[in-house]
Ligand binder design. Structure first.
Ligand code: WTA
Length: 655
């Protein structure tokens, strides 16, 4: 594959409104250019200035970037800081009584906690962990919690004592949890009796017991249990301790442990499409810097904002834009225990109205399913508090973008389509909402200090208008530092020999248009090769989603002797599943539509309908499973990370 062809044209442009621009943190094209020029002429100096101006260092750094042993880059390494201090203590004199978190539980109960209260809670838990349980700096602590204030307290408490946390999403099985405990060599697990989602209890402590009982987890000496649901659980007197007992007699102040900027703040496992999960290891100083900068740049953070990121703390989005970024800038944020569809599909809109949310950040998969469940529902709520919308996790199809913009944002809120990854720590390619004219479906331009490019297989930049492989050409402060315990895999995966080990390989295909805007075309592994054309998945899927009948779509290749591959599309309709002839007719309508929108090369040979698509628990479509279904193969791959396994059976049957 040398390049990927771009076949879909999207011409709509949305300029920031004057109202928005006037109040924006960055509001002029020249300002953006100035930052780019600064980063271009003195890359390290630029980052040093950002790190000095944004982070409170206990001991300032004198070294900026250490590139002695690439790709193991080190930033600000002789600087000392504490991330929790930067998120809490520094706000104590300026805004102790500002609400830090508005927590809404699954059943609609609301709890508010101020910066001062949060600080005391974090201090008590960090004292409990360090003094009572003797957790030391550098120890690994697994956090397996429901969405809660306590989950953030647990992460912050680890950061405060220099322990490296690894949050495991609360929906993962005992086996996944066990693998991660063993890989991280954790000596402590922080969990809850259970969590409540969708009106039902998820039994977390039982799953921890099962994981610890399955062997290999002898490293775990303590299990701290937050009491959420009060259901009956087993407590092993030797190992298990209630969180409320642990913190009860602890002082509510504590000195943070100052750590090196390079100290691992957390490990977060990405499931990956194949093989053993990768423990993505992040630093403290560089990571915090990008979290904080992007709150100001991408989200245009203002003191009076009510910020709501709907991700789970089990994913990187919940790390950077719940547990760290919003607290580092001193924001008030909403944290939600439940799901967007409980008790019904009004939930998000209702919550935005109730809490007067100003900045709302969610995923395309949530947007597409909420369109299917009630295109007009947002209109029944007062969403006038909103001033900025965000999207993350997958390419957002232009039609979904336009709906989000017009129906949720009343046409007045810029949308920041933020491209980034677990490995990048924070936003990388994303609009600056007061400056960048938006094009639906494009994540627009790289942030200042981020040197992105689209290259062919030999590492040469491809000309504008052509697709290729997305790479980052210079190290940046919030980048992944290592795969926990596997430096060789780290090098091979992210800095492959194909590019002489020089470029960070994101694994995504992208196209850059004549204005230099980036369009993510899907994962490189998912590229289709049809009659000699390399096609990304995103554009064909977007063409399908642009048809009024279609809610969601995923395309995969099926081997073909003549064409190389033919295109098989899996489609979820806005309405019910079609039956009999209706199914053939709808498929024909959609095939013709794609031919008209893009051209015959992109026409799906086969279209299958389903009620849903197979997705990971973070909402990404798992195309590798669809490839097996398209080939009528048995699925032998690991499906434990799947949100909705039963959908596979349906898609196998339905045509
Ligand atoms: C995809 C989530 C298009 C992409 C923060 C990336 C996106 C992967 C976008 C990382 C976006 C994320 N537009 N694609 N705005 N954001 N992706 O590690 O394929 O869960 O490589 O991090 O999601 O997913 P991860």
């Amino acid at each position: 594959m040398s390049t990927i062809e771009s076949i879909l044209t999207e011409n709509r442009i949305f300029k920031p409104s004057q109202n928005f621009t006037e109040q924006a943190n960055l509001s002029e094209w020249q300002e953006y250019k100035k930052l780019l020029t600064e980063a271009d002429s003195d890359y390290e100096g630029f980052w040093a200035r950002m790190a000095t101006e944004n982070i409170d260092w206990n001991k300032p750094f004198s070294k900026i970037l250490n590139s002695d042993n690439p790709p193991f880059f080190r930033w600000f390494e002789d600087g000392e800081l504490n991330v929790s201090w930067n998120c809490l203590d520094r706000h104590l004199t300026t805004q102790p009584n500002k609400v830090a978190i508005i927590f809404e539980s699954d059943d609609g109960n609301v709890t508010r906690i101020t910066y001062k209260q949060l600080y005391h809670r974090v201090c008590q838990l960090s004292n409990g962990l360090s003094k009572e349980l003797k957790i030391l700096p550098g120890d690994r602590v697994i956090i397996y919690m429901p969405m809660s204030i306590e989950a953030v307290v647990a992460m912050q408490a680890c950061a405060r004592i220099g322990a490296t946390h690894s949050v495991v999403f609360g929906g993962f099985s005992a086996k996944s949890l066990q693998d991660r405990i063993i890989d991280a060599g954790a000596n402590c697990v922080i969990t809850a009796d259970g969590g409540i989602r969708n009106g039902k209890e998820v039994f977390l402590k039982n799953t921890v017991d099962e994981a610890l009982g399955s062997g290999g987890c002898e490293c775990v000496k303590h299990v701290v249990v937050y009491q959420r649901t009060k259901s009956t659980i087993n407590m092993d007197t030797k190992k298990d301790i209630w969180m409320h007992d642990l913190v009860q007699n602890q002082p509510d102040v504590s000195n943070p442990v100052w750590v090196s900027s390079e100290h691992p703040l957390f490990i977060l496992y990405t499931s990956g499409s194949t093989g053993k999960p990768k423990g993505v290891q992040h630093s403290s100083g560089g990571y915090l810097l990008q979290a904080q900068l992007t709150m100001k740049w991408s989200f245009d953070y203002k003191q009076k904002d009510i910020f709501w990121c709907t991700a789970d703390v089990g994913w990187v989005t919940g790390h950077t834009y719940i547990a760290y970024g919003p607290l580092a800038v001193g924001a008030t944020q909403v944290i939600f225990e439940g799901v967007p569809t409980y008790p019904d599909a009004n939930r998000f809109w209702q919550m935005i109205a109730n809490h007067s949310v100003t900045v709302f950040y969610t995923a395309p998969t949530a947007i597409r399913s909420l369109i299917k469940l009630g295109k007009d529902l947002p209109k029944q709520h007062n969403l006038t508090s909103l001033r900025l919308l965000g999207s993350v996790g997958e390419p957002i199809n232009p039609e979904a973008w336009v709906w989000y913009h017009s129906t949720v944002g009343s046409g007045k809120c810029p949308i920041v389509d933020t491209w980034w990854q677990t490995e990048t720590g924070g936003h990388m390619i994303t609009p600056l909402p007061g400056i960048t004219p938006l094009k639906p479906g494009s994540c627009t331009l790289p942030l200042p200090g981020i040197v992105a490019d689209v290259v062919d297989e030999s590492g040469e930049s491809v000309e504008k208008g052509k697709g290729g492989i997305l790479v980052i050409k210079k190290p940046w402060p919030s980048m992944i530092r290592n795969i926990w315990g596997d430096p060789e895999r780290f090098k091979k995966t992210y800095f492959p020999d194909d590019f002489d080990g020089k470029y960070y390989l994101a694994g995504d295909g992208a196209n850059r248009d004549a204005d230099g805007y980036y369009w993510i075309m899907g994962r490189i592994d998912d590229v289709l090769v049809v009659s000699g054309h390399n096609l990304g998945t995103m554009e064909i899927e977007s063409a399908l989603v642009a048809h009024p009948l279609v809610a969601e779509a995923a395309v995969v290749g099926k081997p073909d002797n003549v064409k190389g591959e033919t295109i098989v599309a899996f489609v979820v309709l806005q309405g019910d599943l079609p039956i009999g002839d209706e199914s053939d007719q709808t498929a024909q309508i959609l095939r013709n539509w794609v031919t008209k929108q893009i051209g015959p090369v992109a026409k799906p040979e086969e279209i299958r309908f389903g009620d849903n698509l197979p997705k990971t628990r973070s909402g990404k479509i798992m195309r590798r499973l669809l490839r097996s279904i398209a080939k009528d193969e048995e699925i032998t791959q690991d499906t434990s990370t799947l949100e909705n396994p039963s959908i596979l059976e349906q898609l196998k049957k339905v045509r």
